[in-house]
Write a protein that binds this ligand. Structure first.
Ligand code: CTP
Length: 325
């Protein structure tokens, strides 16, 4: 067995709230980390047996013929989605980031552990930065930075914009899209629900009408890869109804990056004995709240964290938890 497969160690399944689990996490994170090219290559090869990581980035217009319906699957058991009208027009003509390779990438999850982390400048110094769910940058620059190449967008986020019900809501959304960064890819997982939601329809209609004015945004829509990705993660002991955005971004980054650094991946309500919010941009009155329900509906984030620690130990990703030096 290779280094990549050998990196399990006893007791790692505990959540890091207990003192001993915390000590173990500290020991893992404080050990000198160096990138293991060979193990990363092996991990990539393993992934390729299940799916092509480039397919996580986006479909292109060639993948969806105009006017023709195509089935999509959420998992082997759960179908079915049909391509909504209008998607074809929004898809990029060519695969994005083709032939691009980045030495150091940062994936930014949304955990409250990022608060007061001062990780912003480290994140910004990476060659390629991916963020999740249109996370707030303004006001948190010191902790999360601003450099963004890709940011994910679950269609349900339009609820924050009153479901784009009025012209003013649409204008606010368009303004936020324009001002997020100068140029970036907005990655929209269109088929991660069992049905095409009203939110998705509304979002696609909005883009169809307004994208001409929002020239700094390139849309990306992943294709029919979720069932294969779920199989891949199940083989790693992460068996959940829906793979989290954060893990999908790790899969995407594997196609494009050597070193993958992960910040804000810490699905626990306490860090260093202090309560932290679920999201770094949550108001103080939400501290601890989402941990009672929320992610448990679809995701098993603590199981994901166990696997991320393994990847860290194997030198495939570097997990950054807590303050940055
Ligand atoms: N995350 C984490 N710990 C947290 C919050 C988030 O590890 N306390 C990671 C997860 O991998 C998550 C990603 O950061 O997918 C983005 O966070 P978020 O926007 O909260 O995603 P979710 O709302 O949980 O939903 P989804 O993954 O379905 O997009």
């Amino acid at each position: 067995p290779s280094f990549y497969h050998e990196c399990r160690s006893e007791g790692e399944d505990d959540e890091p709230e207990s003192d001993s689990a915390k000590a173990r996490l500290d020991a893992i994170l404080n050990r000198k980390w160096s990138f293991n090219q060979e193990a990363a290559e092996e991990a990539r090869k393993d992934m390729r047996q299940y799916f092509n990581p480039y397919d996580v980035i986006t479909m292109t217009s060639d993948d969806v013929a105009t006017g023709r319906l195509r089935r999509f699957y959420l998992s082997k058991k759960l179908s079915v989605n049909l391509v909504p009208p209008g998607l074809h027009r929004l898809l990029p003509k060519k695969l994005l980031f083709r032939n691009q390779h980045y030495k150091k990438c940062s994936l930014v999850g949304n955990s409250g552990v990022l608060r007061n982390s001062s990780c912003g400048s480290q994140i910004d110094s990476s060659d390629f930065v991916v963020r999740c769910n249109f996370a707030t940058l303004k006001g948190y620059e010191k902790d999360v930075g601003t450099h963004t190449d890709v940011v994910t967008f679950n269609p349900s986020i339009i609820e924050k914009y009153n479901k784009l019900s009025t012209k003013a809501d649409g204008a606010r959304f368009a303004g936020d899209l324009k001002n997020y960064r100068e140029r970036y890819v907005l990655w929209v997982p269109v088929f991660n629900r069992q049905y095409v939601t009203v939110a998705l329809r509304t979002l696609l209609d909005f883009f169809d009408k307004h994208l001409g004015f929002i020239k700094n945004v390139q849309l990306a829509f992943p294709g029919n890869v979720l069932p294969d990705i779920s199989d891949y993660w199940a083989s790693k002991g992460v068996d959940e109804e829906r793979i989290s955005t954060g893990l999908l971004m790790y899969n995407m980054a594997s196609a494009l990056c050597d070193e993958i650094h992960m910040y804000g991946f810490y699905p626990f309500p306490e860090f260093n004995g202090k309560p932290i919010p679920y999201h770094y941009d949550h108001a103080p009155d939400r501290v601890g709240k989402k941990f009672d329900y929320g992610y448990k509906r679809f995701h098993e984030l603590p199981d994901e964290f166990v696997y991320l620690k393994k990847l860290h130990r194997a030198g495939i990703v570097k997990l950054h938890v807590g303050e940055c030096p």
